[in-house]
Write a protein that binds this ligand. Sequence first.
Ligand code: CMC
Length: 425
Amino acid sequence: MTQKVQITIDGKTVDLPVLEANEGLNVVDVRGLIGEGIFTYDPGFLSTASCDSSVTYIDGDAGILLYRGYPIEQLAANSSHLEVCYLLLNGELPTKSELDDFEKEIRSRMDVDEHFQVIFDGFTEDSHPMSMICAAVAGLASLYHDGLDIYDADHRREAALNLIAKIPTLAAMTYKKSLGEAFVKPDPSLNYAENFLNMCFGTKNKAPNVSPTLARAMDRIFILHADHEQNASTSTVRLAGSTEANPYAAMAAGIAALWGPSHGGANEAVLDMLNEIGDESRIEEYVAKAKDPDDSFRLMGFGHRVYKNFDPRATVMQESCHAVLDELGLKDPLLKVAKQLETIAREQDYFIQRRLYPNVDFYSGITFKAIGIPVKMFTVLFTLGRMPGWITHWNEMLSGGFKIGRPRQLYLGPSARDYTDINQR
Ligand code: CMC
């Protein structure tokens, strides 16, 4: 039965249709309200669906995350990042030959034009890698003048392949730049994660020597980050894309949004926090700060806008984290602090009542550290993983009817008043 919601405005009853979701909550279609001379108000989009989408489904209470219907746990256990990219972009898992062709297309696009590499000369070695990758991705638009027709599906596909293929190369270049070392060219004989690790840790003349365990852990991290429905950066990509901006500019906008510590920057913030805490004796002090309503400090890597039970990505990430630490034989003291924090958060009322659980960034930060990735690079790796999600949402929006994203406001400023001369103020 078609549901509707009735609201009364100044004595007039207005029917609002309810749109049915395949999974999860239905939504009230409020588009007709503007005709009644009233807006809805929802800062932070706590109750607002900004679009319809068929890409990713999250049930935050049950801890479920599905890409195109497939549970994240199954994809992390059985799939590869490139297969997940194909799934997100095309809606279905590839056959063997479709995957082979897709991988070939990615391999053939991994190189970055030599002229373009000088863009990194404008940065110093201590520049934040996120500022470099943001500029580099926006700059890619300058290489594809003839491929920027956003209404041409072939152009959109080409941009998607370019971005997925080149983002590891650009990410590794930011890393090499921060070390002051020469860039290492992509090696198409390696898989996606091996190639990335080789471009980071290899040198121009040294044969690749990448541990399969570390490469697998890295590939899983990319899978876990590949999409997360309408989060802040994906919504930013959609908003920027809705102005008809080119895909490279729209992705750069997403990268900027991801940078913040409440979003992708949290993995970096987790490590900064663990380093600041230092050892187990200081944990209580920091937990007390997190609980103090007068202190803005938060436990980084805890809590999520959508997951209010557990973050399924965190469960997979925890396994990968332990596999990496075992392989490397590391007994990182920060891991002890992390474990203790996790226990406290699971036991203390403050965290239980607010349903604050460790999120994916809590474990990814520790894993990156063990692999030898510097803290400032963490969010760049999130960027690399999230690229297929952003481009898929951008493409989904452009494939259907869309309008420029233009929110309205509740105006609380002064009413119209006359300008007064500076001598009379
Ligand atoms: N530590 C301590 N208290 C917290 C935390 C935290 N990490 N997160 C939320 N709270 C408290 C908050 O103070 C508030 O308490 P009260 O009701 O007494 O005012 C309550 O929990 C609800 O918080 P909120 O800010 O309304 O929740 P939100 O849904 O707007 O925020 C969040 C979600 C992820 C921004 C927030 O939990 C946070 O800042 N976490 C730390 C940063 C982090 O780990 N971010 C990564 C998210 S996962 C990666 C991704 O998908 O982007």
